[in-house]
Design a protein around this ligand. Structure first.
Ligand SMILES: Cc1cc2nc3c(=O)[nH]c(=O)nc-3n(C[C@H](O)[C@H](O)[C@H](O)COP(=O)(O)OP(=O)(O)OC[C@H]3O[C@@H](n4cnc5c(N)ncnc54)[C@H](O)[C@@H]3O)c2cc1C
Length: 490
């Protein structure tokens, strides 16, 4: 069997202790939260290198044995695929042992890390060195990695919340073992690899995100100088129908920088997940009724829509921006709850978002993540489309949308009991129907999970599929790196 021969050869590179081929050892790498069958994505092995040279050797061996490798950094892509691959039969290239913080520059506020470094490890380092620098985290920050998250173009909530936009300089191992340093990284004795993203000639970093063109073994990221002061508020609007006017009121404040961060806009049901379980709210048929959700939220001092935002900087600026935002919120029919704690927007690690998983229990989670043009009418239309499809499938509507000036990432969690086959199948059907409904209305996607990658790639058009395939064939003609990722194959 090619896989067994590959794993035996891989053990010669990384050592027996860092190769897994037995079913018990593989089980944790196959575990999914998504509503798709684990057997359609199950890995057949795991190899864990420690160095770039070992990654090169493993890619060469994978090419010889024609065994596909699925790279993961910390492998905690919860709700998008965790460690599992787009297709079954791949060997997970688990990069957690490559976990060195290679550089932190307190002058230019940059870091250079390996794939296994977690956000917590980096923050502990900054604190130990007493550096006044903030890191932007995704919600599972303590557990996950800057490289894994950035390669998915994931995000957090501070002004540095667009992680790809704040990454700078990659080291990538290609399928033939070539080591490429992007941006300024090719200059001998480079002095500016983490300072200037674009380098000279085509800007290549983007093609290594949400793709399968190489294995990223180092990445630079930018750190935010701790601001002099900051203040977080939560704007609350009472009615479902307030969506269009609240978006039109907040957009100008994001566009002109008054609201500096990627604040999150969330609905009544997502708000309730922080303090209650579904069973305590509703035991009837179908999805949680909207009026019950909003009524219950109001009884807790909340509303139909909530927007957590933070202002940063010198005290006089924070005070002036705070007032301008409050005026706009009130003019659009909302109220402001001042000084709400929001650890993520002020660079503090937290796992509080995981309360979402207690809503029904059973560890089912799928993020449905369309992009919203930041017009009130579009945001309202997306909410109506999503709720109609979800109601039809008996799925609870929730969203946590990050607001940018021109676009919002309308990240809708679908939570369900994965041990309940009927509910799992219903959530899968709902996810498929949502893709169809959003595509029919002209909306595309920021990211998606394994099991839905081909379908989402098709929404983005055959020319993109074709060009990605041509790049894949040029860089990885044997198709050994992560076949199926984002719908890309040779
Ligand atoms: C409650 C909850 C809240 C969440 N909130 C957020 C959030 O706020 N923001 C957010 O972005 N996500 C969020 N997530 C989703 C997810 O857990 C994070 O995005 C997480 O950072 C991804 O896991 P990871 O960092 O371990 O990446 P990995 O799983 O290691 O990598 C993700 C994918 O990137 C590719 N990849 C990884 N490393 C490499 C490499 N070195 N070379 C080539 N390709 C590679 C692979 O395709 C891999 O499958 C949330 C999940 C949960 C459960």
């Amino acid at each position: 069997m090619p896989v067994e021969r590959f794993l035996a050869a891989a053990a010669g590179v990384v050592g027996n202790d860092h190769v897994i081929g037995d079913p018990a050892g593989l089980a944790p790498f196959a575990r999914l939260m998504l509503p798709v069958p684990e057997e359609e994505h199950a890995p057949v092995g795991v190899v864990s290198p420690r160095t770039v040279e070992e990654v090169q050797a493993l890619l060469r061996l994978a090419g010889e044995h024609k065994v596909p490798l699925w790279p993961t950094s910390t492998g905690r892509n919860f709700g998008y695929g965790t460690s599992a691959a787009a297709t079954k039969g791949q060997v997970v290239l688990d990069l957690r042992r490559m976990n060195r913080i290679l550089d932190v520059d307190p002058v230019l506020c940059t870091a250079l890390v390996e794939p296994g470094v977690t956000y917590k490890q980096l923050q502990d380092h900054l604190r130990a060195e007493k550096l006044p620098l903030w890191i932007d985290f995704p919600a599972p920050g303590p557990l996950v990695s800057p490289i894994g998250n950035t390669l998915e173009r994931g995000g957090g909530l501070t002004p540095y919340g667009d992680h790809f936009a704040n990454s700078c300089g990659y080291e990538v191992v290609l399928a033939d073992g070539t080591v490429l340093r992007t941006g300024m990284g090719g200059v001998k004795n480079t002095t500016s690899w983490q300072a200037f993203r674009y380098g000279y000639g085509p800007f290549l970093d983007g093609i290594f995100t949400q793709s399968n063109f190489g294995v990223v073994t180092k990445m630079g990221l930018w750190l935010m100088p701790a601001p002099e002061t900051h203040r977080t508020g939560m704007a609350v609007w009472p009615e479902w129908g307030d969506m269009a006017k609240l978006i039109d009121a907040m957009r100008p404040l994001r566009l002109d920088g008054t609201i500096g961060n990627f604040g999150v806009l969330f609905d009544s049901t997502l708000a309730l997940t922080a303090s209650m379980k579904r069973a305590d709210l509703y035991a009837g048929p179908g999805a949680v009724p909207l009026d019950l959700s909003i009524k219950t939220a109001k009884s807790k001092g909340l509303g139909a829509w909530h927007y957590l935002y933070t202002v940063y900087g010198r005290a006089d600026r924070v005070a002036a921006d705070w007032k301008a935002i409050e005026r706009a919120v009130v003019a659009s029919g909302g109220t402001v709850i001042p000084d709400v704690p929001d650890p993520m927007s002020v660079g503090e690690l937290t796992l509080q978002a995981f309360s979402l998983l207690n809503w029904v229990g059973g560890h089912g989670l799928a993020w449905f993540s369309p992009v919203t043009p930041m017009r009130g009418a579009d945001a309202a239309r997306q909410m109506e489309i999503a709720r109609a499809v979800m109601d039809r499938h008996g799925v609870d509507f929730m969203t946590g949308m990050t607001l940018n000036g021109r676009e919002g990432l309308n990240v809708m969690p679908m939570v369900f009991d994965r041990s309940d086959a009927e509910s799992t199948a219903r959530h899968r059907a709902c996810f498929d129907a949502l893709i169809d409904a959003f595509a029919a209305a002209g909306y595309g996607f920021y990211r998606t999970g394994i099991g839905f990658m081909d379908k989402v790639a098709a929404v983005h058009g055959t020319a993109q599929i074709d060009v990605n395939r041509r790049i894949k064939r040029a860089l990885d003609p044997g198709g050994i790196i992560a076949p199926g990722k984002s719908g890309i194959r040779i």
